[in-house]
Design a protein around this ligand. Structure first.
Ligand SMILES: [Fe+2]
Length: 434
């Protein structure tokens, strides 16, 4: 376990890097881009910048005696869903406010950066306070990823990233699955760095023997489902999913459009033909589930996914990442700091494969699991209203995406979304009973 002074220097470093990364994401935006909300589920960049700073103010307000909140007007606009801090501003009206202005929010961002850096450098912080600052840093990382989803929705190919690297060339691409023995598996976070309350406590679960795909499902595989009438056959769909297909006229993943008999997508790389060997992205839980049924398979549970990602059968140990305990780097996974702005083809990261030989479990696309999002047995809330108030009607996704900052992700990380959400970078892989 790290000492409090080690935690503090780690904190300052992570804080500075995180704030710089947020600014880098918006560096090339025009002022107009900061304000617009292109759908009720996305937020304007201005709001993200203010909201991540607001949460640091909440932490300071909780831990510093006589702390004075910067502005009541900011407090109201930037509160996302925390009723304990006042009545939150309507989510779907974040793009209808011209005040606070973009300049005022940017000024606020810098003021809060200086205040927090000052606290982290000079104040004596106990372990509990350090954990709250870590949480606020990781919260900002979550919003960086949401900001990337939103920038794609807002600008797609018109977004000009500060850094954009070429996509790596894939090696092995043979589609198959691996067999994993069942038994008792200890699920949850086992490392000694920061993790969210929902990844704890580590606890035992019983698994039957199963098989799981080596790669995420590709666009090519998903196209077979579509061409076989997948979206027209109720037999593959959960009742709520079938309603969604009918009512919203779903016939392909989000952003796809058929032009002259060719399926095109529209993302950071612009309007382009769908590439068959990239993992399918922008599918909802319902679509992932329907494909799996069509394929005669099923989605893995989150315990099955985690064991396939992190368990080393040879040494009988669990690692924090599929490749071991070292943090992610650009040779092992496609995460935000790879700055590729897209999924890579399957087989692009042989160095990142798991002990069982599963590829791209970290990075590229979040993977839907069949598990309901709820607290692990013995769950204790780390921060009221952050994670635990979402313990209903959401499914767990694992593994991170090309929009996930690398300090955010680990094998035990649990993301969660409603079953019909598609604007995130979401895909899946299938499992089978043996
Ligand atoms: Fe938030």
């Amino acid at each position: 376990m790290e000492t409090v002074s080690e935690q503090k220097s780690n904190l300052l470093e992570q804080f500075t890097e995180t704030r710089d990364r947020t600014l880098k994401l918006v560096e090339t935006l025009e002022k107009d881009d900061f304000v617009v909300q292109t759908a009720p589920f996305m937020s304007p960049p201005k709001w993200h910048l203010g909201h991540v700073s607001w949460l640091f103010e909440i932490v300071m307000n909780k831990t510093i005696k006589n702390y004075k909140i910067y502005s009541q007007e900011f407090n109201e606009y930037l509160n996302s869903y925390y009723h304990q801090f006042g009545e939150p501003h309507d989510k779907d009206k974040r793009g209808m406010a011209t005040r606070p202005t973009v300049d005022e929010v940017l000024e606020y961002f810098h003021i809060i950066s200086h205040k927090v850096a000052d606290v982290l450098q000079n104040d004596l912080l106990d372990n509990k306070t350090c954990q709250l600052y870590f949480m606020a840093i990781h919260h900002e990382c979550q919003h960086q990823e949401l900001l990337v989803y939103d920038l794609q929705h807002l600008l797609a190919g018109r977004y000009r990233p500060v850094t954009a690297n070429p996509l790596p060339v894939p090696s092995q691409q043979e589609l198959n699955s691996v067999r994993i023995d069942g038994g008792l598996y200890s699920m949850g976070y086992s490392g000694n760095q920061y993790c969210y309350d929902i990844e704890l406590p580590e606890h035992k679960v019983y698994l039957n023997d199963y098989k799981i795909d080596v790669f995420p499902i590709t666009n090519g595989q998903y196209l077979e489902f579509m061409e076989d009438g997948g979206y027209n056959d109720f037999r593959y769909w959960l009742s709520d999913g079938w309603d969604k297909v009918q009512n919203d006229k779903w016939n392909a993943p989000m952003y796809w459009e058929k032009v002259d008999d060719v399926w095109m997508t529209n993302d950071f790389l612009g309007k382009r033909e769908v590439r068959p060997n990239e993992p399918v992205c922008h599918v909802s839980f319902y679509e992932a589930d329907a494909y799996s049924k069509w394929a005669g398979k099923r989605l893995p549970t989150e315990a099955e996914w985690e064991k396939a990602a992190c368990w080393d059968e040879k040494t009988q140990t669990k690692t924090v990442f599929p490749w071991g305990n070292k943090p992610p780097d650009i040779n092992r996974a496609n995460l935000l700091e790879s700055y590729l702005w897209n999924c890579t083809e399957i087989g692009a990261y042989p160095n990142g494969k798991s002990h069982y030989g599963c590829h791209q479990m970290i990075g590229d696309v979040w993977e839907w699991t069949s598990s309901e999002f709820t607290g692990y047995p013995g769950f204790k809330s780390g921060f009221s209203e952050y994670n635990d108030k979402w313990f209903a009607n959401q499914k767990v996704l694992r593994g991170g995406s090309f929009g996930t900052p690398s300090i955010s992700i680990r094998g035990s990380y649990r993301n969660f979304f409603r079953l019909d959400e598609r604007w995130l970078f979401s895909g899946f892989r299938c499992a089978e009973d043996i």
